[in-house]
Design a protein around this ligand. Sequence first.
Ligand SMILES: Nc1ncnc2c1ncn2[C@@H]1O[C@H](COP(=O)(O)OP(=O)(O)O)[C@@H](O)[C@H]1O
Ligand SMILES: [Mg+2]
Length: 321
Amino acid sequence: MGRDEYGYARLRIYELNTIEQAARRLAQLRSAGVDASADAVTAPREINGELVAPRSGAEREFNAPILKGSDEAARPDQAFASPQVEINLDRLSAMGYISPLAPSSRRAEEFRMVKRPLLNNARGNSAAPVVNANRIMVTSALPREGKTFVSINLALSIALERDTTVLLIDADATLPAVLERLALLPARGLLDLLSEPDLDVQSVLLRTNVERLSILPAGTLQDNATELLASKRMSTLLEKLEARFPNRVLVFDAPPLLGSTESRVLASHMGQIVLVIEADRTPQRPVNDALAAVESCPVVMTLLNKASSSEAGSYYGSRDN
Ligand SMILES: Nc1ncnc2c1ncn2[C@@H]1O[C@H](COP(=O)(O)OP(=O)(O)O)[C@@H](O)[C@H]1O
Ligand SMILES: [Mg+2]
């Protein structure tokens, strides 16, 4: 495992010629007789990062989560009274995101490397237990380094795991992007839950056509977003979410760490942080400052994004306190 000059292990995500890749993948799927618009449940699944054949309906019914949880949490998503949204998987794939219909793509392989150590911690399989390891925040020093790109791909990758459900939370209160990136209509979400404590969590969670993936949008933008994220209500909301769905991994698409305090405040609630660094663009100073800002988080993984594919090899890991 490679370590950088700060002693942090790194993972690289390559910039792809995404349109070309996606077109090739769709052609492959079609020639293999796969209906690319089919529901995700017919696609191969993963167990601990290994691809497995599609499961039968009966198997799906009794697929118990392996993270610790109550009976309520073991119910499939379909039991929740949350609105359902339809993500256009072909479009997503053409944009270079993981498609549940092409789980052996290079992108899916890259994110298998990213999620493996994170899930090991979340499942309590690490050498030392990590507090709140199911809460994973994706952040970066500066805007546009790829936080939303990484958050969505990480959530899709975790949803491919047979026994783990994932809630993707858009916590970038000033520049929310998850719904727009997925071509979904604006909806209420996190900020509404924080400003209206009586609002029912389930009424704003969005179930998706990707099995085991739900979304909590950022919601209605508010002037006091930083205060809301810092408030006791945020801790209470996270506890409420976890009490209701204790087997879920929460992936937070967070704001950048430098220039505002929101992300630092969020970091204090997290067990694991993925720090996205844009290759060949982000100078060392902001990276150092960002790392210092999340120093107290138990696990910080750095992820070198948009690395050029001419760079050899890929390696990954994390710093455990
Ligand atoms: N590894 C990558 N390969 C190709 N495009 C990428 C990659 N990472 C990010 N992008 C694109 O770069 C732009 C900025 O990324 P985004 O996720 O919006 O950044 P942030 O959320 O940090 O502001 C988006 O258009 C995104 O799709
Ligand atoms: Mg973003």
